[in-house]
Design a protein. Structure first.
Ligand SMILES: O=C([O-])CC(=O)C(=O)O
Ligand SMILES: [Mg+2]
Length: 552
């Protein structure tokens, strides 16, 4: 308990129903008297530590991931201090529940497990009235929004309004990892319909049962949303999440200079993949521009990763044409080539100059056996794509190939780390997007790195908000990648590419600092001193502890 009591105006049930103020059984006898809580609460009085210990036991006793997810989410909706204390103290165990893979399952079941509103569902029928939806004083403190339209939820595809689980889960990591105050966050789902027939036919589906808005109607809707939020919160950070490939990059390009915003799947994923690869390449005492990089999946993540690795090669002094030649990008038609119709702008940048066979490109097997990639990245959403023969081929041509099956959640991974390490006889440096248990191979136990944008976005957001940046530049993202790369245990004789997740708080601070100082160098924010920056971090920060309350 802190010494200076907080003045609280709510009383009775209203106080217990406010998750950021509720303490449950931790209300003291005096507080129960002052706020009319006697009888509304059972007799026992517990400390936060006791509550966390009890909640932890309850989580462990649940039979499966979904029930654990439902339980921890119910804590968030009833007592956020307890929820975040639990997350912070058991981060590596709790993250897979509130985040991938648990959140993937929760999104699949979202309509069935939905109990209490959190965040905003802005539906197509609200067109013309979006400003009214956000006018409430309830939203006065908002500084950070994660928005999705639910069309590409992890590797699970179009989940419509069920995708709301993702902004909720990702926002909780801003607090659990970077310490951002949860009272400044708002998860938003743009419910523009869904093309998922199964959902539309599910009587319990909570979203709009219409086909997705497309074309001009979609653009006008998002435009109204952006106009409304920038008028309401001029200093907002908007984090775009899990939009489908056809919209993700165009939306980012359209708005990234209009407001402080980034797309986590394109830029956050790219930054962490770059961090892990830079660390791996440096540990092998090689240069990035010497690598041959195969990326399977030409969606937002694949194109984002290619762009950022390309920039990192240029920074090594390589020419544009030499750098481009290092990339092989594959998608559904196989190796992407210039002559293919309907390539996205991002794919065009990495399509190869050779001719396809009537729109069909070379297979992944062909590319691996003939081009001898040293780095293989899977962002395809297709489980099992990295076969044994492919992995053997990778390790035949490269002593220590970097193999990153990054698709989420776990069920969509291109190959499990266990299989990859077995098939390559422990030669591969493996990193996944979702969490995996350590693998023992040839008597050596290897912890599997999670090359997930959760290493980047909490610190990126914290840094950008703290320095008051006007926008998020490519340079700020590269600074975040370099900051994480420098923390790599592999560079200090450790086994892993990335620092452990338990260090998330200090990683987020390091990333925040790198991002903010880079923004200052680029003159994207007002000048600041170290002390200003520290004060700004403190103003944005929150720790899950209980304060004493006194009534107004
Ligand atoms: O949510 C995650 O774990 C990473 C991510 O952004 C995605 O897979 O879309
Ligand atoms: Mg995502």
């Amino acid at each position: 308990m802190t010494s200076s009591p907080r003045t609280v105006s709510l009383k009775g049930q209203a106080l217990l129903d406010t998750p950021l103020l509720n303490k449950g059984t931790a209300f003291s006898h005096e507080e129960r008297t002052a706020f009319g809580l006697h009888g509304r609460l059972p007799a026992a009085i517990h400390s936060l530590d006791e509550q966390v210990a009890q909640a932890y036991e309850t989580v462990k006793a649940k039979p499966d991931t979904l029930s654990r997810h439902i339980y921890v989410r119910s804590l968030q909706d009833s007592n956020e201090t307890l929820f975040y204390a639990l997350l912070e103290r058991h981060l590596t165990e709790m993250m897979p529940l509130v985040y991938t893979p648990g959140v993937g399952q929760a999104c699949l079941e979202f309509s069935h497990i939905w109990q209490r509103p959190r965040g905003l569902f802005i539906a197509a029928e609200h067109k013309g009235h979006i400003a009214d939806l956000i006018a409430s004083p309830d939203y006065d403190k908002v500084k950070l929004i994660i928005v999705t339209d639910g069309e590409r939820i992890l590797g699970l595809g179009d989940l419509g309004a069920n995708g709301m689980g993702i902004p909720i889960g990702k926002l909780s990591l801003y607090t659990a990892c970077a310490g951002l105050n949860p009272d400044m966050m708002l998860p938003i789902t743009l419910d523009v319909g869904t093309n998922n027939e199964t959902l539309r036919n599910d009587p319990s589906y909570i979203g709009s049962r219409t086909p997705r808005l497309r074309g001009d109607a979609y653009s006008a809707f998002v435009d109204e949303f952006i106009t409304a939020i920038t008028a309401r919160w001029p200093h907002l950070l908007l984090h775009w999440e899990d939009f489908a490939g056809l919209n993700a990059a165009p939306l980012l390009a359209r708005y990234r200079n209009q407001l402080l915003s980034f797309n986590d799947d394109i830029q956050g994923t790219a930054a962490i993949a770059t961090a892990a690869i830079l660390a791996g390449v440096k540990a092998k005492k090689e240069r990035l521009s010497q690598q041959t990089i195969t990326i399977v999946g030409g969606g937002s993540a694949g194109c984002g990763i290619a762009d950022q690795l390309f920039q990192a090669m240029l920074a090594e002094g390589t020419s544009e044409s030499d750098a481009r030649a290092r990339f092989f990008m594959l998608d559904r038609p196989g190796l992407l080539t210039n002559d293919m119709p309907n390539l996205t702008e991002g794919q065009k940048r990495f399509a190869r100059p050779e001719a396809s066979r009537d729109g069909v490109g070379r297979t992944l097997e062909d590319v691996v056996t003939t081009e001898h990639p040293t780095i293989l990245i899977g962002v395809s959403g297709q489980a099992g794509l990295f076969t044994q023969s492919l992995m053997t081929s990778m390790s035949t041509h490269c002593q220590r190939p970097l193999i990153f099956p990054l698709s989420n959640p776990t069920s969509h991974v291109e190959a499990t780390p266990q299989d990859i390490l077995t098939w390559t006889n422990g030669q591969a440096i493996v990193s996944t997007g979702s969490p995996f248990a350590p693998v023992t191979i040839n008597g050596r136990t290897i912890a599997i790195d999670q090359t997930n944008n959760s290493y980047i976005f909490p610190g990126l957001g914290l840094g950008a908000l703290a320095c008051g940046a006007q926008r998020i530049s490519d340079g700020m993202l590269m600074a975040s990648a370099q900051a994480v790369a420098e923390l790599s245990p592999l560079l200090q004789d450790g086994d892993n590419l990335l620092p452990p997740l338990e260090d998330s708080a200090s990683i987020a601070r390091t990333v925040a600092r790198a991002v903010a100082y880079h923004a200052r160098d680029e003159k994207l924010c007002p000048d600041f001193t170290d002390e200003d920056f520290q004060n700004a971090l403190d103003r944005l920060s929150w720790t899950p502890t209980y304060q004493d309350y006194q009534p107004t």
